[in-house]
Design a binder for this molecule. Structure first.
Ligand SMILES: *Cc1c(COP(=O)(O)O)cnc(C)c1O
Length: 466
């Protein structure tokens, strides 16, 4: 090796030249090569300790592949978790995705008024559609539900000159991904006024805690856990009435964005809907756009017209507003719901479809897949699975489902799982007592063939996982 130093370490250029074709652009590849060579140098190891030139190249290629695979790209979700936060929460409907692509490729009427040919209201259409859909006086949308809550709390605190937000101790929750209600409150400049106990809070607790510094009453949906037993909290109607009586707004963080009665689509618990909350008299409701609502990441806000108007005038609103692609996706998703209301059928969204899939259909698909895997090394079995809603919603609900389970011949289920994650279209399953399992409820039917091919090829592959 001509350009090697005392440790026998080749130069970055030499490694780059030897790599040949790689999936990443050259600057990124060079960065990874530099890092790897640097690491070898700093380790004090000789090149031979890393398996020589070959060993070094394997390591570099491994890094390049790993970085390439980490870009945002589709995967097959065989986890059975419908709203999988790590896998992008709700998939968009086909027609919705097409509309987004069209808007993305073109100029659009984002803030343009076609009537007068001048600057128009950004998001005006989606706000109208959402207001109608949610049976609200007005609605608007920001980046996500956490942002919606920060905006609402901050706005009410600043405009009222009062700082206290009254909330039940049973609702001081962590939703996941670091979303803790007390932290959000603090970030909004509000002061927490906890009332009641973890399991029981009464309307008198709220009333007793209210004073001249009370800015609002906050109700947070316990999305990702449930309490049973000696449990009590006041009805939303009571809370709304108390707020009205004292002239203090009542805000509900509904979380999931359920708009239809989930119990009518599948055998799952009833999730209170956004229109339910408004009907019960709260002033403002916020929810996520990409949970049960089945749209893009966004925070939908709905309620009293003057309250919504105040939020839109808040300087923070500009910082939290949504991109045009999100507005396009949300607008089309909301239209899907309105169409469903007309026909009386469930909204034609992937989430609703998956929720309603009968076990018999999944069984047929599993048998077809298992049939196509016959003769592969290892064991293939059709299993009974339990899908979950996920995304921190409806923790009590599971849905009976069907899975294709694999046990590789030689090597572990973990090895197989790793290999399947490294496919061009990664297949993500889960491991359960030495079986690698693919829950078909969250696999789109049009992905069955591709998934089967991946399973067959990876079962047949010998040797340890790279
Ligand atoms: C999920 C959830 C949030 C956070 O929503 P994002 O859209 O992820 O910001 C807030 N509140 C509740 C009750 C939730 O369930």
């Amino acid at each position: 090796m001509s350009s090697a130093n005392a440790q026998g370490i080749p130069s970055v250029d030499r490694v780059l030249t030897a790599l040949g074709r790689v999936p990443l652009p050259r600057p990124l590849t060079a960065r990874l090569v530099r890092e790897t060579v640097q690491e070898l140098r700093e380790s004090g190891d000789a090149l031979e300790d890393w398996g020589g030139w070959e060993g070094l190249m394997i390591r570099v290629r491994g890094r390049i592949d790993a970085l390439f695979r980490s870009r945002i790209a589709p995967v097959i979700n065989g986890t059975g978790v419908l709203i999988h936060t790590n896998l992008g929460r709700a998939p968009l409907a086909e027609g919705v995705a097409r509309s987004v692509a069209e808007v993305a490729r073109s100029y659009s009427v984002l803030e343009f008024d076609l009537e007068c040919g001048e600057r128009g209201r950004r998001g005006g259409f989606v706000e109208t559609v959402l207001a109608e859909l949610l049976a609200a006086e007005a609605a608007t949308v920001v980046n996500n539900c956490a942002a919606a809550l920060v905006l609402i709390l901050g706005n009410i605190v600043r405009s009222s000159g009062r700082r206290e937000v009254v909330i039940s101790r049973g609702e001081l929750v962590e939703i996941g991904g670091g979303f803790r209600v007390p932290a959000i409150l603090e970030a909004s400049g509000a002061r927490l006024r906890e009332v009641g106990t973890t399991n029981r809070t009464t309307i008198e607790d709220y009333a007793g805690a209210m004073g001249p510094d009370t800015a609002l009453l906050l109700k947070v949906h316990r999305s990702n856990f449930f309490m049973e037993g000696f449990v009590q909290s006041p009805a939303t109607e009571e809370l709304a009435a108390l707020g009205r009586e004292r002239g203090v707004p009542v805000v509900e963080d509904q979380g999931s964005g359920a708009l239809v009665r989930t119990g009518e689509i599948a055998c799952v618990e009833h999730e209170p809907t956004v229109p339910d909350a408004l009907r019960r008299g709260v002033d403002l409701v916020c929810c996520s756009g990409d949970k049960l609502l089945g749209g893009p990441q966004s925070g939908v806000i709905a309620g009293k017209a003057d309250r919504v108007a105040a939020l839109k005038k808040d300087p923070l609103f500009r910082a939290l507003r949504c991109d045009k692609l999100i507005l396009a996706a949300l607008q089309e998703t909301a239209l899907v719901y309105l169409k469903a209301l007309e026909t009386g059928n469930p909204p034609e969204l992937p989430l609703m479809h998956m929720l309603g899939l009968p076990v018999e259909t999944l069984q047929v698909r599993a048998e077809r897949m298992a049939g196509a895997l016959e003769g592969s090394p290892g064991t293939v079995r059709i299993g009974k699975a339990l899908s979950r809603i996920g995304g921190g919603t409806m923790p009590k609900s599971t849905l009976e489902s069907v899975s294709v389970d694999l046990r590789p011949q030689g090597g572990s289920a973990q090895d197989l799982a790793r290999r399947l994650r490294q496919r061009t279209v990664p297949v993500i399953g889960y491991i359960d007592q030495d079986w690698w399992r693919l829950d078909l409820r969250t696999v789109f039917e049009h992905q069955d063939a591709a998934a089967t091919l991946s399973l067959r090829e990876e079962l047949a592959r010998k040797g340890p996982c790279p």
